[in-house]
Ligand binder design. Structure first.
Ligand SMILES: Nc1nc2c(ncn2[C@@H]2O[C@H](COP(=O)(O)OP(=O)(O)O)[C@@H](O)[C@H]2O)c(=O)[nH]1
Ligand code: SF4
Ligand SMILES: [Mg+2]
Length: 398
């Protein structure tokens, strides 16, 4: 349960009201996690639930409202369900008897396929008599696994079908495993005031360290104040770090202390590469130089609350971008799910690091900006540009 939510495979369940979506999550996980009711439209907002789904591993199930919901409120729920697509790694499309009209399922299937999301078809309520599985499969062009969420029949087969559909390379993503070899020494540098809640480190630091260990490397971590001593210690032992990862804010200090020959990058650059498309984000940071008076910049934060970052989005970042561009700019700040679909009015999008978003979600936003021709970057990459370290910090990474 300690796997960060954003790193889990996100499996979303779509289907009409009462198809048995919530029951299916319960049957798959063996828990009463989702809300089940014979009253259509019980699941209103998408509900996320992190679990261990064997043999796949850590996943997040997203239970949604019916795709056939009606009325003003219903339409709102369908719109919320549609937004779930942005973060869906794998979709279950649930059909249940009586099957009369499949146009809604066809529409959703086309949307899912258009976005390249793998879909697993489920025909639920097999306990209610023979299901027209072949016929519906043929109509949809989708293999359907017959199951009963009620009796558990077919659930093992469904797990196998899910396992088969897991996107290739999904688990293989690594933060820096491809940049290092076994036994490499990776030196991590935190700023002097370790900015974290008492008793722990922030997520990117923990994740980078874990990745070094997973790739059989040696992880060493110091604060900037202890870096000189650490370097001396290493030198006396005849070793040099193979890679140094630092907090961007102390990059200059670190650069001087480790010397020019050591490979040096920052936590935020690594996380930007892990979460999104580093090349696009670097190009986006460079677009700051092209901003002119009157341009509108969108600042997007994934969370509505993030105590660590305080006023970065609303004050520090606008000041920084204005100073970097030397232009009189307008800023709009959005948080949480308010990321606009239409980005055309913006000259630049600056997104937060997205540590709470999964890669899929972050990539959807990056692709949305790219497809509308709007440059997009993130806090970390922009700070790296600001400190003049961008070129060095991305060598071999893009
Ligand atoms: N007979 C039968 N009933 C089921 C099955 N799965 C769900 N149901 C019932 O169908 C109704 C709707 O289930 P629910 O999971 O809330 O559907 P949702 O609206 O798609 O989330 C409930 O009364 C469930 O008990 C099943 O496999 N067999
Ligand atoms: S970086 Fe973004 S996703 Fe992470 S805590 Fe801050 S606002 Fe949330
Ligand atoms: Mg439900």
């Amino acid at each position: 349960m300690d796997t960060p939510k954003a790193n889990r495979l996100h499996i979303a369940i779509f289907g009409r009201r009462n198809a048995g979506k919530s029951s299916l999550i319960n049957a798959l996980t063996g828990q009463d996690a989702a809300l089940v009711s014979s009253e259509p439209g019980t699941t209103t907002d998408p509900v996320m639930k992190a679990m261990e789904l064997l043999p796949i591993g850590p996943v997040v199930f997203i239970d949604t409202a019916g795709i056939d919901d009606q009325g003003e409120l219903g339409q709102l729920r369908v719109e919320r369900t549609r937004r779930v697509l942005d973060r869906t790694d794998l979709a279950l499309l649930v059909v249940s008897p009586p099957v009369t009209d499949l146009s809604m399922e066809e529409g959703w299937l086309a949307e899912l396929r258009g976005r390249g999301i793998p879909v697993v078809g489920v025909f639920n309520k097999s306990d209610q008599g023979e299901l027209p599985v072949q016929w519906v499969s043929g109509r949809l062009g989708l293999r359907l696994t017959p199951v009963s969420a009620l009796t558990g029949d077919g659930i093992q087969e469904l797990k196998a079908a899910i396992q088969e559909a897991v996107p290739e390379g999904w688990e293989m993503r690594t933060i820096l495993g491809d940049l290092m070899e076994a036994e490499d020494l990776v030196l991590l540098v935190a700023p002097q005031d370790v900015q974290a809640p008492k008793g722990r480190l922030i997520l990117p630091q923990v994740q980078v360290m874990r990745d070094v260990l997973d790739h059989d490397g040696v992880a060493m971590m110091v604060k900037t104040g202890e870096l000189r001593g650490a370097m001396e210690l290493l030198e006396a032992a005849g070793r040099r770090p193979d890679l140094v990862v630092t907090d961007s804010q102390v990059f200059h200090l670190v650069k001087d202390l480790v010397g020019p020959d050591v490979r040096l990058t920052s936590f935020s650059i690594l996380m930007a590469r892990y979460k999104g498309d580093l090349r696009t984000l670097v190009e986006g940071a460079r677009a700051v130089d092209r901003l002119v008076d009157g341009d509108v910049v969108l600042i997007a934060e994934a969370c509505t609350h993030h105590p660590l970052e305080g006023d970065i989005g609303r004050e520090k970042l606008p000041a920084l971008i204005s100073e970097m561009s030397r232009a009189r700019l307008e800023f709009r700040v959005v948080a949480g799910n308010d990321f606009p679909r239409d980005l055309k009015g913006f000259s630049l999008v600056v997104h937060c690091g997205g540590c709470m978003l999964n890669r899929k979600h972050m990539m959807s936003r990056i692709m949305a900006a790219r497809s509308q021709g709007v440059p997009i970057t993130n806090y970390g990459v922009l700070f790296a540009k600001r400190s003049g370290i961008l070129d060095r910090a991305v060598v071999g990474l893009i």
